[in-house]
Ligand binder design. Structure first.
Ligand code: GDP
Length: 458
């Protein structure tokens, strides 16, 4: 059965900016009828006569007024992204033109699509499961090579396949346990307590592995939350600008003027850093700066990585010691900056406090390769295999954690010699969590929440 509500939806599928090409996507039972009212092909034949996976050249019209020349791409249900009839009108990518075509399409009966509604329809029509649907958004948002690779693998069903490897044995076990206790005299394959525990432990192991992939997935996909700290004037903003290659944060030689936290997503080799340039950490009577320092310390608490910057041209002082003290329990890299100047810094304290020390001159450097290498080593993620399917969002993590909890309960119930029925309740609970993860069993509220975060036109 197709999920259409009888409605045909439309949206601009390309960014709201001037571009070479802009696409208006129409999906639903009246896609052809509506598209035929705005598109006239050069060969005068209507789109409704055209075969799927074909393309027609023509013009888009508002009444009798030609808006733009266009190509119409034709997809016939169920062989389309949404599983419905879909027409994509590919025009010139001007905001005015695209909006005018969309207005026309809506005037002829289409409804403006909600965020993620095309992908939601694909999910509801069984073209994608929920892990694949979420991966579509991850592909769109991927900022780095591994994030894109992981998202492409998930879209191809890598997470679903990992879940199936856990789910199917649990389904079989549950069924076996059911008949074993209901028909103990029948000629059934043997089922001992040890066998059940072994199967549950297998699921436990696989779920633990999948959950572990979350940390890597989060870091690779959404980036490493990074705090750059150091006393004023050591070159934090300069380093951040070098990383971002923009003049994003205010660089100044007046001590303590980077008062607020400036955030930036930057690519460092294969990693994405979510960078927070912070106010200098130092003793100060200045109230405004005090707030900045407190916020910097707050930011550090949630950072996956702290880059502590020191000035190679100055002797180590109490502010530097405060910085060393602050980062001692964090995953951190020391950057000894301004190596182009005469060295006055005794680096032995820094060398013994940090496992990784990078010497550089952020002010004159062409690249960040030394820092890149240190970060990749620290996170051991440079060669992480994302293609096996990694979970990277909180919804998926929560489902996995719930399934693991239930399976663990099942193991404990078996070890406490509880009845098969009691153990089966735990298995059912684990299966439910896994089916929520893939979207096989899911409430409308959860579905809506998942797609709300998508962009319009996707
Ligand atoms: P912050 O207060 O730690 O953010 O320091 P800034 O990035 O604002 O830098 C303070 C001053 O040091 C500025 O005048 C920079 O141009 C200068 N600076 C930063 N990095 C270097 C460097 O590698 N070599 C030299 N010679 N100067 C630098």
């Amino acid at each position: 059965m197709s999920f259409t509500d009888g409605k045909t939806i439309a949206a601009i599928a390309t960014p709201a900016a001037a571009g070479g090409i802009g696409i208006i996507r129409i999906s639903g039972p009246n896609a052809f009828e509506i598209a035929d009212k705005v598109f006239r092909s050069k060969d005068s034949s209507p789109l409704s006569d055209a075969k799927g996976y074909t393309m027609k050249y023509g013009g888009v019209y508002d009444g009798e007024t030609l808006i733009d020349e266009a190509l119409a791409l034709i997809y016939r249900a169920p062989k389309s992204y949404t599983g419905e009839d879909v027409i994509e009108l590919s025009c010139h990518g001007g905001i005015y033109v695209l909006n005018r075509v969309l207005r026309s399409v809506i005037a002829f009966g289409a409804q403006a699509a909600a965020p993620g509604e095309f992908t939601k329809r694909a999910f509801l029509n069984g073209k994608l499961d929920l892990t694949q649907a979420q991966a579509v958004m991850d592909i769109v948002c991927a900022q780095g090579e591994q994030a894109a690779k992981g998202a492409a693998a998930a879209k191809d069903g890598a997470i679903s396949r990992r879940i199936a490897q856990i789910k199917q044995p649990l389904v079989d076990l549950s069924a076996h346990m059911g008949v074993w206790s209901d028909y103990p005299d029948d000629d059934l394959p043997e089922l001992t307590d040890e066998m059940i525990i072994e199967k549950l432990c297998f699921a436990q192991g696989k779920l633990t592995e999948l959950l572990r992939s979350f940390d890597a997935g989060k870091i690779l996909c959404t980036g490493i939350s990074t705090a750059i700290i150091g006393k004023p004037n050591v070159g934090k903003s300069t380093l951040m600008n070098l990383l971002a290659r923009t003049e994003r944060s205010i660089v100044t030689s007046v001590a303590g003027t980077t008062r607020d936290i400036v955030e930036e997503n930057v690519r460092l080799g294969k990693l994405i850093l979510r960078l927070a340039d912070t106010a200098g950490i130092h003793e100060t009577a200045d109230e405004v700066e005090k707030i900045g320092v407190a916020r910097a310390q707050e930011k550090m608490k949630n950072a996956d990585l702290v880059i502590a910057v020191f000035d190679s041209s100055k002797e180590l002082d109490s502010d530097d010691m405060t910085v060393i003290e602050l980062v001692k329990n964090s995953k951190s890299i020391a950057v000894v900056n301004k190596t182009d100047l005469e060295q006055r810094l005794d680096t032995s304290t820094i060398e013994s406090a940090f496992s990784r020390v990078v010497y550089m001159s952020a002010g004159t450097a062409e690249d960040c390769s030394a820092l890149e290498k240190a970060a990749e080593e620290l996170f051991e993620l440079a060669d992480y295999d994302t293609s096996s399917g990694i979970i990277n969002n909180e919804r998926q993590r929560a489902c996995c954690a719930r399934a693991l909890e239930c399976v663990t309960e099942g193991v404990e119930a078996m070890r406490a010699f509880m009845t098969f029925d009691a153990v089966n309740i735990s298995i059912d609970c684990a299966l439910e969590a896994l089916m929520e993860l893939t979207g096989e069993r899911i409430t409308t509220e959860v579905t809506d929440a998942v797609f709300e975060n998508f962009c319009v036109g996707k």
